[in-house]
Design a protein around this ligand. Structure first.
Ligand code: SF4
Length: 456
């Protein structure tokens, strides 16, 4: 794994119009495909019964007109695109949404994040006789909700008190869509509207995809209940100012999303501008590694006055390459996704901007690729600090030993990747570039300061 991997997209719809609910969910999940490519699913209420379709693969592989048709009249519906994280399998059974049938009828849930006290909660439920069908922390949260009594918001609030970790949830029960964001506010969740219908999504790009609008972010610790009477908000105590994942801005989120009121695109341009101030270099062109590093490269170019040129072409149709393991194979996989534009790089001194370095192998192949295409110099500039610590909140990270930033200094890493120079953006500059003064941020993969205690 070269990049850190995102761990899912969630979507929810309360259909107040005559929209084809299945199509809306499909288009929204398709727009959030970058968050998870291992599996996808939709669960929708049809005449007070729940219908579900899910499978392994990309959104476009999992759904067809036939499989979407049963959802067309759903009043409430949720969807999920999954990246399988450690501890869960890449099997259909762990693919979301999950469905549970309790005394009050069905409940279906889609989840983005990781519960750090899942094992303790799961064991105590098992001791009480609860049977688990999957390996997911999603199922633990559903059983906890089902275990409590009261209104749906009281049951969810009781679950929120027990669970520690990161979660952005979309769940449905008959006639009702519910959104929940963990009290630390680690993973994103926002509310949008299309026509008179309400939507929940991990990223606002999902609303744009269906011609809808972003309304607002769900607050850390907030439970939003959407039913025939409208949108109702219930606030559980947040954990301080919040701990929003800074890596969402660095790499995970799409350039056209707005997260916690901050435009992802603009924050990346600011990262590039600051990078140019702290790590200037004499060069002929600035180029970005597509897609997420391109805005930072624009920022670097604008600030430095060096022209921006496209040096690398991304194969938009590469999807999953099915090539893993072994140095040679990883190199082939990078080549299948990226190709140098020889005409733009030949004889040039290039500032190459990337968003992050995880293991260093990708950077090494890209630098080699540009040199073979005739680049005279390649100066690597990284729009975030060295990744040194694993994530425990829903992001697949290699062990600390495989994080090159944890054990290699800048000069050594520069030699390893074969660049002429290498420089990172500092953490203070990264936080300034994001400029999210409304929230505190989790920066633990850069500084090791986790927002909560992580059990062994
Ligand atoms: S550890 Fe890193 S990737 Fe994980 S939530 Fe915190 S900032 Fe995001």
């Amino acid at each position: 794994m070269e990049k850190l991997k995102e761990a899912c997209a969630v979507f929810g719809l309360f259909n107040n119009d005559d929209f084809d609910a299945g199509q809306i969910a499909y288009q929204s999940l398709f727009a959030m495909q970058h968050r998870g490519q291992d599996g996808a699913g939709i669960a929708g209420a049809v005449q007070n019964e729940v219908v579900i379709h899910k499978d392994l693969g990309l959104v476009s592989e999992v759904f067809s007109d036939d499989s979407l048709r049963p959802f067309s009249n759903s009043r409430v519906l949720i969807g999920h695109a999954r990246y399988a994280t450690g501890g869960t399998s890449r099997s259909v059974i762990d693919t979301q949404p999950l469905v549970l049938h309790g005394l009050g009828g069905f409940m279906a849930m889609a989840h983005n994040g990781t519960i750090v006290n899942n094992q303790q909660l799961r064991m105590s439920l098992q001791k009480e006789g609860v049977l688990f069908h999957t390996n997911t922390d999603n199922e633990t949260m559903m059983h906890l909700i089902n275990h409590h009594s009261g209104s749906i918001e009281e049951k969810v609030a009781a679950m929120v008190k027990q669970v520690r970790g990161s979660y952005a949830l979309a769940l449905i029960i008959p006639g009702c869509l519910i959104g929940v964001r963990d009290p630390w506010g680690i993973r994103p969740l926002c509310l949008g509207k299309v026509g008179d219908s309400f939507m929940l999504a991990s990223e606002s790009c999902a609303f744009n995809a269906v011609g809808g609008q972003f309304i607002r972010d769900i607050e850390p610790g907030e439970i939003v209940v959407i039913n025939g009477q409208g949108v109702h908000s219930y606030q559980t105590p947040p954990q301080g100012k919040g701990h929003f994942c800074v890596f969402e801005y660095v790499y995970f989120a799409r350039n056209d999303s707005v997260l916690d009121s901050v435009s992802v695109y603009e924050s990346r341009v600011r990262m590039g501008r600051l990078l140019s101030q702290v790590a200037p270099v004499d060069a002929d062109i600035v180029a970005g590694v597509p897609e997420s590093a391109v805005p930072a490269a624009y920022g670097y170019a604008r600030e430095s006055g060096i022209p921006y040129e496209q040096a690398l072409m991304k194969n938009t149709y590469s999807g999953r390459t099915f090539i893993t393991g072994g140095q040679k194979n990883r190199e082939v996989s990078v080549r299948m996704k990226l190709t140098p534009i020889r005409k733009n790089v030949e004889g040039k001194r290039i500032v190459l901007v990337d968003d992050s370095i995880v293991r260093g192998t990708n950077s090494m192949y890209i630098v080699q690729m540009l040199r073979r295409a005739g680049a005279k110099e390649v100066h690597m500039r990284i729009a975030s600090p060295p990744v040194q610590f694993p994530c425990h909140f829903g992001i697949n990270t290699p062990s600390a030993q495989r994080l090159v930033g944890a054990h290699m200094g800048v000069d050594e890493l520069c030699r390893m990747i074969g660049a002429d120079s290498l420089a990172y953006l500092g953490l203070d500059d990264l936080i300034n570039a994001v400029g999210n003064d409304k929230r505190g941020m989790c920066c633990a993969c850069f500084n090791g300061k986790y927002p909560m205690e992580i059990p062994e």
